[in-house]
Design a protein around this ligand. Structure first.
Ligand SMILES: [Zn+2]
Length: 327
């Protein structure tokens, strides 16, 4: 038989256990991306085959064609199918795709994409976020021309953070959706630059979220790469480069714009002369390279209306007002 004291102790123990349970549940709810009951947050689900046909992204751009294969690309059968789709699944059936984007979360899947792209010489872009979700990168891989995924150990951005400060019991560190958002944005930006041909396409662009540091670089392929298709692509690239005629640097002469018919002799003249522009520019602060001011503040012109002022009078305000009334 238990004494009252023992029973009280047991009750306290149970209360503590209940509290712990409640706490761990609330942590799970905060972390779990899919399972949330809040009405204003849309539930994120994996798309089923039927959902793809009525896919919400269709409404954004109805011209986009979706083709969905939900499988593990590292198995032999699926890998063969994957290779077939990237070599024949372009906008025009039978033609290769323009670009492959890798947004996978594991080494094996990246290696599979690398192997496939090396074999058929497909240009692709790799992307990833570190496990602690405070750094990420994107990488453009042109088989034979730049380092492939197997040429060197995978590149990661040093996060410069003590892991212990990130990890908390019951909390998954890699749940910083903003990092994924930033890296995804950088990837899509690079895709647009590559496909539409503007700006400088990045070969490698890292992102360190802790210090807002964006390292960038280009890496040559490794002649001793484990992937034989990579080595073959390197040979082909070398031969292609050697066969290409040397491009002479031609200094483009600025052509004078001549309008064939300008009956009225209309000319466009700048409203501001160079001298005026220079005079209007105020001091420019000392800035690091690559940063400039959007505009400069003109230096204050002293006595803008000098000489126009009326000499001071000895009369009072009342006297002046009386004079005015007489006028
Ligand atoms: Zn390689």
């Amino acid at each position: 038989m238990s004494t009252v004291e023992e029973l009280k102790l047991r009750v306290r123990e149970l209360e503590n256990e209940l509290l712990k349970c409640k706490q761990s549940r609330s942590v799970e709810e905060d972390v779990g991306a899919g399972d949330n009951q809040t009405p204003h947050r849309p539930k994120i689900e994996k798309m089923s085959a039927e959902v793809v046909d009525t896919n919400p992204y269709r409404n954004i751009n109805p011209d986009v064609k979706f083709e969905r294969h939900n499988y593990n690309i590292t198995t032999v059968d699926n890998f063969t199918h994957f290779m077939d789709r990237i070599s024949n699944g372009g906008l025009e059936e039978g033609k290769p795709v323009d670009l492959v984007l890798s947004c996978v979360d594991n080494f094996e899947a990246r290696m599979a994409i690398n192997t496939a792209c090396n074999e058929i010489g497909q240009i692709w872009m790799e992307s990833g976020v570190s496990e602690n979700a405070v750094s990420g990168h994107i990488q453009l891989i042109i088989p034979g021309e730049t380092a492939c995924f197997a040429c060197a150990p995978p590149l990661v951005v040093a996060s410069n953070i003590d892991e212990k400060t990130l990890k908390r019991d019951g909390v998954c560190a890699a749940s910083l959706p903003t990092t994924m958002g930033v890296v995804a944005g950088i990837l899509v930006q690079n895709v647009l630059k590559y496909l539409l041909g503007f700006g400088t396409v990045s070969y490698y662009l890292g992102y360190n979220a802790m210090q807002d540091f964006f390292p960038t670089m280009v890496m040559k392929p490794n002649t001793q790469c484990d992937d034989r298709h990579c080595r073959k692509q390197q040979e082909e690239y070398k031969n292609k480069e050697a066969a290409r005629p040397k491009q002479e640097v031609v200094v483009a002469e600025e052509e004078q714009v001549v309008h064939e018919d300008n009956d009225w002799g209309i000319e466009l003249v700048s409203e501001v002369t160079d001298e005026e522009l220079k005079a209007a520019s105020g001091p420019v602060p000392d800035l690091p390279e690559g940063i400039t001011v959007a505009y400069t503040i003109p230096e204050k012109v002293e006595a803008a209306c000098g000489g126009e002022t009326v000499p001071e009078s000895e009369q009072s305000l009342e006297e002046l007002m009386a004079q005015m009334r007489k006028m």
